[in-house]
Design a protein around this ligand. Structure first.
Ligand code: UDP
Ligand code: MG
Length: 341
């Protein structure tokens, strides 16, 4: 095997015990068909269902597999980030470990890469086996992000994508804590294209994205790439100011002309008060979202903590806090494997 593999497959794993064997088999099948070298980095995101042990066994049996064990559950986007940090390939491929993104699509992504594209994202032409609710919220989410963000994030694409080492290297230097990885790869630029695929049903287990996490994820996506929620306040304030002028004029006119008490009474006042307070609290929430993220970034903690690794080459560990410079961290690599966990 050459010093550096051509492909690095990065798969975040959080309680996927029933999927791992088949997932690794399918990745091997798909990648072997390219005839080029590859590595598979399984990032254990604090699994509690025995996934870790299965991964260690798989890695012990196949030298192309390695395991990066995070110290707790850091979340999908951070797990992906850890995998990219450790990846050594000339192309890095992000893929879910639940077989919703079929590994058989990887060679098609690789073909586009060889045509000269630096980012090849997989576009979901169809989603199978997901509830109406999930499909509806996902559709809404992608369209909203597309509309209000400043960069061109393609709709209906998840994190399943291939990126050239140049893009991976830029990504390694983007150390923000609230991460929307698919937006970040779009932000980098270069030549990007999409390949359509059918998103399969989850092979085993349940989704790890309940509504609460989906909302947090959507907020990260929006605040990472848009100031639109802050800017709409000015429009709302214009609308309310205009409304007050118009209503004020109408009420004054009616009272003077007819001497009648329009909009009189406490009920009107209370309703308006509640409505306006709700606007104000909503916008305080919006501002709070940006302020909290600013605070979080300023603490500058590391993005994740690695508890153990298996199957990595010695020089594969990224520099602490990943303050990498333009140089590739893997250039001076040794070929000794470090199999100690
Ligand atoms: N995942 C993870 N950490 C988490 C949640 C999810 O590493 O906190 C992994 C999970 O094991 C899977 C991928 O991220 O490989 C996508 O998660 P999931 O399938 O639950 O999301 P969905 O496809 O339902 O959006
Ligand atoms: Mg999934």
């Amino acid at each position: 095997m050459s010093a550096r593999p051509v492909y690095s497959i990065v798969a975040p794993v959080y309680n996927e015990a029933g999927n791992l064997q088949r997932f690794c088999d399918e990745v091997a099948l798909a990648l072997d068909s390219t005839g080029e070298s590859w590595e598979l980095l399984l990032v254990d995101d604090g699994s509690t269902d025995g996934s870790k042990e299965i991964m260690l066994q798989l890695a012990a049996a196949d030298s192309r597999l390695s395991v990066i064990g995070l110290a707790r559950n850091f979340g999908h986007q951070i797990a992906v980030t850890a995998g990219v940090d450790y990846a050594r390939g000339k192309a890095v491929i992000l893929i879910d470990a639940d077989l919703q993104d079929p590994p058989a699509v990887i060679p098609r992504l690789a073909d586009k890469w060889k045509e000269g594209f630096q980012v090849v994202y997989a576009v979901r032409s169809e989603r199978r086996g997901e509830s109406f609710w999930k499909r509806f919220t996902a559709k809404l989410f992608y369209r909203m992000i597309h509309r209000i963000t400043d960069i061109d994030i393609p709709v209906d694409t998840g994190d399943f994508r291939l990126m050239d080492e140049q893009v991976a290297q830029v990504l390694r230097q983007m150390r923000e804590h609230h991460r929307f990885v698919r937006g970040m790869t779009s932000w980098v630029g270069f030549k990007q294209t999409g390949v359509e695929y059918v998103r399969e049903q989850r092979a085993w287990g349940e989704t790890k994205y309940p509504l609460r996490k989906m909302i947090a994820f959507a907020l990260d996506a929006v605040t990472s790439f848009s100031f639109f929620p802050l800017q709409i306040m000015i429009y709302v304030s214009f609308i309310l100011a205009s409304a007050s002028l118009v209503v004020g004029a109408i009420v004054s006119f009616l009272r003077l002309a007819r001497g009648e008490e329009f909009f009189g009474g406490q009920a009107t006042t209370i309703i308006l008060l509640l409505l306006l307070s709700s606007f104000q609290l909503f916008f305080l929430f919006v501002i709070g979202q940006y302020v909290a993220r600013t605070y979080n970034e300023s603490r500058d903690r590391p993005l994740y903590v690695v508890a153990s690794t298996a199957g990595l080459r010695r020089a594969q560990a990224p520099t602490q806090r990943m303050q990498v410079s333009a140089a590739f961290p893997h250039q001076a690599e040794e070929e000794t494997r470090n199999d100690g966990v």
